[in-house]
Design a binder for this molecule. Structure first.
Ligand SMILES: [Zn+2]
Ligand SMILES: [Zn+2]
Length: 248
């Protein structure tokens, strides 16, 4: 399972990094050392993600664990999209609160600083987490499959959405159509325009898929732009402004 997660990461981040090179040539110029770090942390995270996923997948196949089902008629068909939404909402809730917690000074220094060392993040930063943070992320879906019934294909879709959003949110440009990050629908969804602002300003925009918790808790600062200034600062040998804000 570790191998699958690792290859999934390399394939998805690699594909979007290639797309970035085609659509925004030069966006990652000068970031080679950072990208190498992002890949190393991400592969370590993949190893960690693989362990609970592997145990649960084995238990599902061999011991009948979990509430994953394969007969699409085991539940009403309307439950299929609902189950996907439930998984995304539960994961989002878990992510929002653990993420906010990891912005407290101690856990930030211990773990989350690794993720924010990417300034600005690239498509390779999707799984660039300290092992402690990787562990908090790795247990979510393996625990949820014991609680919320889900068809195996719906679960595959959830994992697909998780992968694509993890990569595109860090890519440095917006791949999705405008209605997904502006207007009535965009007001509730998180794409790169929203998460980029978290990486730029730290103490806001903590969510993963939805802006619900950010808006409810007053931590939503809206979508931001993609400022090429960090690249200019690097070119001039300037220091990135992020670190000093970590504990504020
Ligand atoms: Zn991030
Ligand atoms: Zn953060």
């Amino acid at each position: 399972m570790t191998l699958i997660v690792g290859l999934r990461y390399l394939a998805s981040s690699g594909a979007f990094a290639l797309a970035t090179r085609a659509v925004r040539p030069g966006l990652y110029t000068g970031l080679d050392a950072q990208i190498r770090r992002e890949i190393a942390w991400s592969l370590a995270s993949a190893a960690i993600y693989g362990v609970p996923a592997g145990i649960v997948a084995w238990g599902w196949q061999n011991r009948g664990w979990t509430r994953i089902y394969t007969d699409p008629h085991a539940y009403p068909l309307w439950y299929l999209p609902l189950s996907i939404l439930l998984y995304l909402a539960a994961h989002d809730t878990w992510f929002y609160w653990t993420h906010r917690w990891m912005h407290r000074p101690k856990p930030f220094r211990l773990a989350h600083a690794v993720h924010h060392a990417s300034r600005p993040p690239t498509a390779w930063a999707a799984m660039a987490f300290h092992p402690v943070e990787a562990l908090t992320g790795a247990v979510v879906i393996p625990l949820l499959v014991f609680v919320i019934p889900v068809h195996v294909a719906a679960l595959g879709l959830v994992l697909g959405i998780m992968t694509v959003m993890g990569v595109t949110n860090h890519m440095g440009w917006e791949v999705f159509p405008r209605f997904m990050w502006r207007g009535a629908m965009g007001g509730w969804l998180i794409t790169a325009s929203h998460h980029q602002r978290h990486h730029a300003e730290y103490r806001c925009n903590y969510g993963l898929y939805f802006r619900f918790w950010d808006r409810l808790c007053g931590t939503d600062r809206g979508v931001g732009g993609f400022d090429p200034a960090p690249r200019r600062a690097r070119a001039a040998g300037g220091d990135a402004p992020g670190e000093r804000r970590a504990d504020d």
